[in-house]
Design a protein around this ligand. Structure first.
Ligand SMILES: *Cc1c(COP(=O)(O)O)cnc(C)c1O
Length: 345
């Protein structure tokens, strides 16, 4: 890995971050707060929320097996993705490399930040070729984006190939593990000490059933997390989201129950879907969704809409021609789509 100072945008390296009113005191217990121009009424919502989200991070650290200082919390993982560009990439000059097809947000954030985006197709079976990905790197490549299990293909990328990317690239490797809870594969979040150039993304939006509270996470070395904290909006996670996250982190049994139900349903859904006459192929999945090659993806997509059933049409995505991406729902939701497709003529 290059020294961090060579990877970070010079203006960010030199940045003096905004100092919140509450940053200045610290230590002594206080009970009269006349420092932030807040209203004294309407507690607890009158007070600015903790900009470091420390209580959430302390609980999360235990669950995720990292130190709180290695955690960044964002308004969804999308905030962390955007910060990768804002911290590391000089607009109009630097570029990033990413697998394709993959999650659309990496390219959107690259475009917004005026950073060149270099997609490299996965193999036909959606596996990763580290050598081909690395061949797209040049001296202005600041980051490589990997997603495992990958969206929309559903498969895990092979750990050996990911390791090859990490060890042969001297910039930042972002590993998006949004769906890792649904998979048995080892998680790179546990490798922060071995690989100082990785940023691992997790989210509460999928297995944790909390997309509405917008709670995304990045795990990385402390220096990288400190840079993210400098650049983020000071109060990026509101009080309601912090409270809701804390409540769920104290009740992880619920999350495990949901996970078990979804994995059970996935095991039933995949063979049932593959049996449908409109389905040519169900791709293997390690996530809470699967990609299916259909006889006519566009027509079937519109037919399902008419039945009030929404899936994701991936027909126009490279390597995903005639494919629909379908989320695993409740048993009745899954039966609804199977029933509708059995009636399709
Ligand atoms: C759904 C998803 C996310 C989650 O994004 P949030 O902003 O945390 O809701 C992240 N990465 C991938 C690949 C996803 O599919």
């Amino acid at each position: 890995m290059k020294p961090l100072q060579e990877l970070v945008r010079p203006n960010i390296w030199a940045l003096t971050p905004y100092s919140c009113a509450r940053d200045e005191y610290k230590g002594k217990a206080a009970s009269v707060f006349l420092d932030a121009n807040e209203s004294p009424y309407n507690a607890p919502f009158n007070r600015y929320p903790d900009p470091t989200q420390w209580e959430v991070k302390e609980l999360l650290a235990k669950i995720k097996g990292v130190r709180p200082e290695q955690i960044f919390l964002g308004n969804g993982s999308d905030e962390a993705i955007d910060l990768v560009f804002r911290v590391f990439c000089c607009p109009g000059k630097d570029n990033v490399v990413a697998i394709a097809p993959t999650y659309g947000m990496y390219q959107v954030c690259a475009d917004i930040n005026d950073v060149a985006y270099r997609p490299v197709l996965l193999n036909e079976d959606f596996s990763l070729s580290a050598d081909r990905l690395l061949a797209a790197v040049d001296e202005n490549t600041k980051a490589i984006f990997l997603c495992t299990p990958n969206n929309p293909t559903g498969n895990n990328l092979e750990a050996k190939e990911i390791e090859k990317v990490i060890t042969h690239f001297d910039g930042i490797v972002v590993i998006d593990e949004a769906y890792a809870d649904f998979s048995q594969a080892p998680q790179f979040r546990n490798q922060l000490e071995a690989y100082p150039n990785i940023i691992v993304l997790n989210t509460m939006s999928k297995a944790w059933g909390s997309a509405a509270i917008r709670m995304g996470m990045a795990f990385a070395g402390e220096e990288i997390i400190e840079l993210f904290n400098r650049v983020k909006y000071p109060y990026n996670i509101n009080l309601l989201s912090q409270q809701q996250a804390l409540a769920l982190l104290k009740e992880t049994g619920k999350v495990h129950d949901w996970l078990r139900m979804i994995l059970n349903e996935r095991a039933k859904m995949l063979p049932a879907f593959a049996e449908l006459s409109v389905c040519k192929r169900v791709y293997p999945t390690d996530a809470n969704f699967f990609l299916a090659k259909m006889t006519d993806a566009n027509a079937i997509y519109h037919y399902l809409i008419e039945q009030g059933i929404v899936v994701r049409n991936r027909n126009s995505v490279q390597l995903c021609g005639q494919c629909l991406r379908i989320t695993i729902g409740t048993p009745s939701e899954n039966n609804a789509i199977l029933g509708a497709l059995r009636q399709y003529k």
